[in-house]
Design a protein around this ligand. Structure first.
Ligand code: GDP
Ligand code: IMO
Ligand code: MG
Length: 421
């Protein structure tokens, strides 16, 4: 059975922390969508680990860590991440990389930056990791897969691709890329990564047949989904449940629990509509209290109230079976808390989300207010121990979406978490 952890809003909900907990009980942890645009932070004994490509589950030495076919891999970043983990004393012997995963090449990163620049005032605010252009090549069928990257024909395919991209780069007024230098540098990365590349499809299915406990680590989040998110302010993959099946090669019958991760407030990095955003002193306070600065780009995150209309949408798309609500400690530092329970659109009040940009820009959130001041909750291990106002807040979220709260984050450290059986 595969249990899945997914982001429900715009990313950075604290998926890494929930994954870290669940992967301790798993024999395999899989990343299956996105690339190094993800930044999953885990704090263990005061030490911070930020994972971009390697599944956070690698911290469990007994679990296989798998980068499956749906991921786009920047080999340079992956080699760096492997080196850093080794330097921190972790073994990467249990890392497996899909032969079908696509490779992010330097021209993808360059094109990501050039295309953003050309959008002028309408920038998407991408992470500039080359994600969009790499997925474009995958779907255009000119991408380089891991099996090609480590194969004898890599230089031939890379040369053809670089020559084609150079035509585009020149048209944009950019100087041409040096194909030989790129091929030489990337062949070195290929040599380092070769021992890890394998048929992850069979690896996953063999584990399923042995009834192993498998965990899928979602990256990005529901509202950044290329189909179901706030297009064009989205990423270029499907971080929702469908992407998990396509990104690993497993069928729906093998999916078990689907845990949706959210914060007790909300945040967004990059541009795009965000009805409950607090572009004011409340948002500033949440940013400072929650240390809301991107783990991939360091950008300040936009912050606002929790939006239950959007959460209901995430529940529907992903078939969530449980919620993990992080940063209850952070929101509990405010005196008063607002929770969005509807959108007023013209004369109507609705609880149905729509990714139509005009709808999102026109609607006004309808709020309910809650008492804050939760005090120090970091050591609490049961929901019943929480102050009554915190319990009321959680209860309202549960009631609204009809999905039970399974985990509550009470601080950034591994043990700052309430787990409900
Ligand atoms: P991810 O991309 O979903 O894995 O989330 P990020 O790691 O990008 O951002 C989440 C941030 O919140 C990280 O800095 C975590 O250390 C921190 N964090 C996670 N859960 C909690 C929590 O319950 N309380 C507090 N204070 N911090 C948390
Ligand atoms: P994790 O896994 C937050 C956002 C970018 C930008 C948009 C498109 O840490 O939750 P891209 O580089 O993907 O083309 O950028 O998507 N974005 C994220 N925001 N957390 C992430 O990942 C993100 N991955 C992409 O900020 O708005
Ligand atoms: Mg993140």
């Amino acid at each position: 059975m595969i249990n899945v952890v997914l982001g429900t809003f715009f990313g950075d909900e604290g998926k890494g922390k929930v994954i870290d907990y669940l992967s301790q009980q798993s024999t395999m942890a899989i990343r299956c969508t996105g690339g190094n645009n993800a930044g999953h932070t885990i704090k263990v004994n005061g030490k911070k680990f930020a994972f971009h490509l390697i599944p956070s589950g690698i911290l469990n030495p007994n679990a296989k860590a798998v980068i499956a076919n749906g991921v786009v891999i920047d080999p340079k970043v992956l080699v760096q991440e492997i080196t850093q983990l080794k330097e921190a004393g972790f073994s990467v012997n249990n890392l497996y990389i899909s032969d079908k995963a696509h490779v992010i090449m330097p021209y993808h990163i360059l094109l990501d930056k050039i295309l953003e620049e050309r959008r002028g005032t309408e920038k998407l605010g991408t992470t500039a990791c080359g994600i969009g252009p790499a997925y474009c090549d995958k779907y255009e069928r000119s991408g380089i897969r891991m099996e090609d990257f480590i194969g004898d024909h890599f230089s031939k395919i890379a040369l053809r691709n670089i020559e084609n991209k150079n035509v585009i780069l020149e048209a944009f007024g950019h100087e041409k890329l040096d194909a030989n230098a790129i091929i030489q540098e990337y062949s070195e990365y290929a040599n380092i990564l070769k021992p890890y590349v394998t048929d992850t499809f069979s690896l996953i299915h063999d584990a399923l047949e042995k009834d192993e406990k498998i965990l899928c680590e979602g990256a990005q989040a529901t509202l950044l989904d290329i189909d179901h998110g706030t297009y064009p302010y989205v990423t270029s993959s499907n971080p929702t449940i469908g992407g998990i099946c396509a990104g690993t090669g497993v069928g729906a019958k093998d999916i078990g629990q689907v845990i949706g991760v959210l914060k007790a407030y909300s945040s967004r990095v990059g541009a795009g509509p965000y009805p409950t955003e607090q572009d004011n002193e409340i948002g500033d306070k949440l940013r400072e209290l929650g240390h809301e600065y991107g783990s991939t780009t360091g950008r300040p995150r936009r912050c606002g109230w929790l939006d239950l209309v959007a959460l209901k949408y995430a529940v529907r798309i992903n078939g969530l079976t449980g919620l993990a609500i992080n940063h209850l400690d952070t929101i509990g530092k405010l005196d008063r808390i607002k929770l969005c329970v509807g959108y007023q659109h013209g004369q109507d009040i609705t609880t149905n989300y729509s990714t139509n940009l005009k709808f999102l820009n026109d609607c006004l959130p309808v709020y309910e207010e809650f008492e804050g001041n939760f005090g120090d909750i970091s050591g609490m291990k049961q929901i019943m121990e929480l102050p009554i106002q915190a319990q009321r807040y959680l209860k309202r979220i549960e009631e609204f979406v009809g999905v039970p709260v399974r985990f509550v984050g009470t601080g950034p450290e591994r043990e700052n978490m309430i787990v409900r059986g």
